[in-house]
Design a protein around this ligand. Structure first.
Ligand code: ZN
Length: 384
């Protein structure tokens, strides 16, 4: 074997051992040897290295079969930290996340729709600096920042190509935020960040094939196939808001006619509601729905029909085991769940129903931040 290959294999083995300790702790060296098929000597050597690097500690002693005490291993949650950021139209959320995925500090701030790109970045950078200082995290322990943004994102180059919600076009977000903070930055579409959190700790934890659908200011999906995010050629796979469902329908802000988003997004619901009643916000529409005003029932009934149609189409394309529904519309109006499920039952093709679980995200407003922070670990943590 070439020297390079040996080094790579050594690194992969060490990563595997650390991963096992992280997810199965407390665990003994013997158990790790059994799980990996590696020799106890190799495991001991790798655990010693990981211990010296601060990743692993011994927790407790248990009596093993032959009466000897065996030490159990756990990871050190404070060995490193990552920052997760979600930037949306009206709100910016920022969290500091430790090595085991716990949010140790959190701040959510309002975003003025009119504020420009530089202003938003300044705010984000200031809050990150303050949170790190407040937590008294030593220099060098924060390894990077992950940002989730609505829109079409070139995640490889850290470029926001288009974000309708933020009104940003072709901005080099990763590079600009890196300059302000001095920390490495990765960015991605918000739902692609969120499905990382669902897979790490949420509803897709035990699943390799999952689809997460977000319904709110727009509608979009993130797709996980065989444990990996499915991105398509330009990272836009899952942007179902612009699938055309009625070529004679409403005009979309993308310039096409009859896009799905024009029947489901908050903006679309509001625009239609204002044809009937002078409502101020989407909250007014939901309140009218609750008090059984017929126009609101009609509009939301059409919305749930289109949601169910969209879901049934996604299922035909990707055949996931878990379909996770999330987003402001469903969180603000949980009464819709039952209606959506009933309509799904009508539209979903029978062979797809057997194994399918339709569930609701439990990560609520932390999902994107947590996923972004975990994705930083996944992409930037490089074990020597
Ligand atoms: Zn469109």
């Amino acid at each position: 074997m070439e020297k390079q290959d040996q080094l790579l294999m050594k690194k992969q083995n060490k990563n595997l051992v650390l991963d096992i300790i992280k997810h199965k702790s407390p665990i003994s060296r013997m158990e790790i040897a059994k799980l990996t098929g590696m020799s106890p000597t190799s495991i001991t050597r790798m655990v010693n290295e990981l211990h010296a690097q601060g990743f692993v500690r011994e927790t407790e002693l248990v009596t093993s079969g032959v009466g000897r005490k065996a030490a159990l291993l756990d990871v050190c949650s404070d060995v490193l930290y990552t920052v997760g950021v979600e930037i949306d139209t009206f709100v910016i959320k920022i969290g500091i996340v430790d090595y085991v995925g716990e949010i140790v500090a959190w701040q959510s701030i309002q975003r003025n729709v009119a504020e420009d790109y530089e202003e938003t970045l300044q705010k984000v950078s200031q809050v990150i600096g303050r949170l790190i200082a407040e937590q008294q995290i030593p220099d060098g322990k924060v390894i990077g920042i992950g940002v989730g943004i609505p829109g079409s994102i070139d995640y490889m180059n850290g470029l926001v190509k288009v974000s309708d919600q933020l009104k940003w076009n072709n901005v080099h977000l990763a590079e600009d935020l890196q300059q302000l903070t001095g920390l490495a930055v990765i960015i991605d579409n918000e739902l692609k960040m969120k499905i990382v959190a669902e897979s790490f700790t949420g509803m897709a934890k035990d699943s390799q094939n999952a689809v997460l659908v977000g319904i709110g200011s727009g509608i979009g999906a993130a797709i996980m196939l065989n444990g990996d995010i499915y991105r398509g050629d330009s990272n836009n796979a899952g942007e179902i808001g612009h699938t055309v469902i009625d070529p004679t329908g409403n005009v979309c802000n993308c310039g096409k006619i009859g896009c799905l988003a024009t029947y489901i997004s908050e903006r679309a619901i509001l625009a239609d509601s204002r044809k009937v009643k002078n409502v101020n916000s989407i909250g007014d529409v939901f309140a009218a729905y609750r008090s059984k005003e017929s126009w609101a029932i009609n509009i939301m009934d059409r919305t749930t029909t289109y949601i169910a149609l969209a879901l049934s189409n996604i299922l035909c394309l990707y055949n996931p085991e878990v379909l996770i529904l999330s987003g402001d519309t469903i969180e603000s109006l949980p009464e819709l769940k039952e209606t959506i499920e009933q309509k799904c039952d009508l539209y979903i093709w029978e062979p797809l129903k057997d194994q399918l679980k339709i569930v609701y995200s439990q990560l609520s407003n932390h999902g994107v931040v947590l996923g972004a922070a975990i994705q930083v670990q996944n992409s930037l943590l490089d074990l020597e």
